[in-house]
Design a protein around this ligand. Structure first.
Ligand code: ZN
Length: 361
């Protein structure tokens, strides 16, 4: 049994929220008396979306999140007709997208007493914020908003003041390792995967089932040794690294096709001819693949920076060398920041390794 600090029991669907005691406490207390809007705030990979889906399931379940009824099942498969997840199309949320959200917010629920709208990436709301303020402030009584953001930029401050704040933080590697060990993963693998997980339990679970994980990590560690100042060496390294990113995306694809098969089986059991919501599942799978790609590159760049930081810590380096290594770290850091803007990853890496090659020579 999972209990809160105050001794009350956590609803089964909310038990999927790992390592976020404060968020779990606020959400558990809210299920019975929900307000119109919540803001889930915390770093990428801290499990906000999964928590939002779990909380939405709890809000729509007649038993407060039993995990076992048709409503909970639909919610967990991402097929509940009264839960809508909004994701932006471009680099930020547009005014048109804000209007579309407002329109859906005015609808009545299909099958439940309420509908839940989950708005993702709202740290990127920018100029679209005013178009949504009124809707989030005063939605129809049957609409509940869960707004998700990695940070609180100025554009989000007014919206945030109309919401209940639910804080999330990155999971510590030790906690991720502990969860993995409890799931039967051996000590060594659990801790190295936890360290490469970027504080993201989902990513850690994916890495565990990925045989190529250690090999990929060593490719990033060894990459600087293969730089000889030529474009050819850069091209070779980048081809190798991006091919290994494809590997983990393939591991994810396997897992996703098993999930789809299970959903098809389940819908056959309930007498349906074809899987309702297949397109929605496939779209979500594509988004997950993109996300895993970016995460893998971020983790690779973090490994790469640790190589240069280790060199920097060696004693009695000449000033010129210290400067070159510092510049290398800055260049990697820049590349990692730029990654958030969905660039062409091959060009990004080529540019970075050309810079690193110049600095090393
Ligand atoms: Zn239920």
């Amino acid at each position: 049994m999972v209990t809160l600090m105050n001794g009350s029991e956590v609803a089964p669907v909310l038990r999927q929220i790992v390592g976020q005691p404060r968020a779990t406490e606020i959400l558990s207390a809210s299920v019975a008396k929900a307000v119109h809007a919540y803001l889930f705030i915390g770093p990428a990979g801290s499990g906000k979306l999964l928590a939002a889906q779990s909380f939405a399931a709890a809000l729509l379940c007649e038993l407060g999140g039993c995990g076992d009824c048709a409503s909970c099942h639909d919610a967990q498969l991402g097929l509940h007709p009264d839960i809508t997840v909004f994701e932006r199309e471009g680099a930020s949320i547009t005014v048109d997208e804000a209007h579309a959200i407002s329109l859906v917010a005015q609808r009545s629920p299909n099958v439940s007493t309420h509908q839940v709208l989950i708005l993702t990436d709202f740290h990127l709301v920018g100029a679209a914020a005013p178009a949504l303020l009124k809707t989030i402030e005063e939605p129809p009584p049957s609409t509940i908003f869960i707004v998700i953001a990695d940070a609180l930029p100025a554009s989000l401050v007014t919206i945030s003041s109309r919401c209940v704040l639910v804080p999330f933080h990155s999971l510590r590697p030790e906690l991720i390792a502990e969860v993995l060990r409890a799931e039967g993963i051996e000590e060594d693998l659990a801790s190295s995967v936890a360290n490469a997980s970027l504080g993201d339990l989902d990513r850690a679970r994916l890495l565990v089932s990925d045989q190529g994980f250690r090999l990929r990590q060593s490719q990033w560690i060894e990459a600087p040794q293969h730089l000889d100042g030529t474009g050819a060496s850069v091209a070779k390294i980048v081809t190798q690294l991006t091919a290994s990113v494809d590997e983990i995306v393939n591991v994810l694809r396997d897992r996703q096709s098993r999930e789809l098969e299970r959903a098809v089986e389940l819908s056959k059991l309930t007498g349906e001819r074809s899987l309702r919501g297949r397109k929605a599942i496939e779209d979500r799978h594509k988004r997950e693949q993109r996300r895993v790609r970016t995460d893998e590159l971020r983790a690779g760049l973090a490994t790469l920076i640790s190589v240069y930081l280790a060199k920097l810590s060696s004693p009695q380096l000449p000033t010129r060398r210290v400067q070159a290594l510092t510049e290398a770290c800055q260049a990697i850091d820049e590349a990692a920041k730029y990654l958030k803007r969905n660039p062409n990853e091959i060009l990004l890496l080529q540019k970075l390794f050309l810079q690193l090659g110049d600095l090393a020579s």
